[in-house]
Design a protein around this ligand. Sequence first.
Ligand code: BTN
Length: 255
Amino acid sequence: RHAAGTREMGQAIQVYDSCDSTNLRAKEWAAQGAPNGALVLAETQTAGRGRLGRGWNSAKGQGLFMSVVLRPPFEAQRAPILTMLSAAAVSAALEEVCKVQAPIKWPNDVIVNGKKVCGILAEMSADMDNVQWVVMGIGINVAQGIEDFPEEIRDKATSLLIETGRSFQRCALAGAVMRQLEQRYDQLMTAGVGAVVDYCRRHSATLGQEVLLVTREGKYKARAVDLAEDGELIVENEQGQREKVVSGEVSVRGI
Ligand code: BTN
């Protein structure tokens, strides 16, 4: 048994002092047959990537940069639940290790005191509509000071150090995330999506909020009211009609 106390997650592992992006390393490894739960860690990334083509602050010693290869035996259209599963795992790990409330901003940011402390970048390869592999890239801001973030995101980004005044060992955090991921992944495989959707409902920074939905067609205001059984967001638009929002197609902003 691995020190993290997992059966599968993090049993195969690659650790870099520095690499371009742990997601790129994990994707290459996945294409060469990395097993379910294979983990890539880096001290620093030279080309850390965020969602929507953005970069990710990857300074040495300041963040936890990890990517996990998942090989779920299901159809590609069900893959978004894995992002929520990962957000739930990080949220639970932060609550356990750091004793903070860490709600999820749908679909995949983890928030502490109203600011983003973790982002998740999921990348998938599918074959005939079935998932071949998914790489879950998880970036947790651990030890940044506020001056380490670019000025334009200082009202939105934070670190565990800023919010708690404490330094956390990145190894301990990574272990907790992997244990949470394993437990929730096993539960997803044996019992379905119910527990993930439930966790995300009960730990949501989005539900009940007025949000601005930004799609390719334009922007509109709505109220986030619930999560559907498949984990997609249900909003009520200004005409009072309910509709489902598909992750990957919109960006959800608080107002
Ligand atoms: C976001 O935009 O919120 C997602 C950020 C994801 C960052 C992590 S850090 C580890 C992994 N490697 C990357 O290049 N990105 C992800």
